[in-house]
Design a protein. Structure first.
Ligand SMILES: [Fe+2]
Ligand SMILES: [Fe+2]
Length: 148
């Protein structure tokens, strides 16, 4: 993901998790707008929804990879954090699919319907895995490291 550099946001760890969960809702809503636009064959609407999502997604994965994944690997090792690594490896395929759908929309290719559906499913599963497994584990690791 080239061009603009996104830096990890500095904030308390539990707050960061809350921000990330809130962003899942924002992105899911954006993908919903993309889906509705795709259903109307409103190609501009598809592009616009994805364009709005782009900075949110990029900042989001910088924080997940630089902060959450780093903590988990540090605490659990590469082997121990295998599941989390796998979940975070979905970031590139998701981002590539966002770009693919955006290109299809710019060429007004009607076949983008199936790709955008795949993107929605991929994203939903990803966010569910993070909220259900990765984030709770990261919070536990963090708590052990910083007992209150
Ligand atoms: Fe993620
Ligand atoms: Fe996420």
């Amino acid at each position: 993901m080239p061009e603009m550099r996104y830096l990890p946001r500095e904030m308390p760890f539990d707050e960061l998790i809350k921000v990330l969960v809130a962003e899942h809702a924002v992105m899911s809503e954006g993908l919903g707008r993309m889906r509705e636009a795709a259903e109307r064959k409103d190609f501009e609407g598809v592009s616009l929804a994805l364009k709005q999502l782009d900075p949110v997604f990029r900042q989001h994965i910088v924080d997940e990879e630089a902060q959450i994944l780093r903590l988990l690997i540090g605490e659990l090792g590469l082997k121990g954090a295998e599941d989390e690594i796998k979940v975070f490896q979905q970031h590139r395929p998701i981002y590539r699919l966002m770009q693919t759908v955006s290109e299809l929309a710019s060429k007004e290719v009607a076949g983008l319907a199936s790709e955008q559906l795949r993107l929605n499913v991929l994203f939903d599963n990803h966010a569910r895995a993070e909220e259900g497994r990765v984030f709770p584990r990261a919070l536990r690791c963090f708590g052990q490291k910083h007992p209150s």
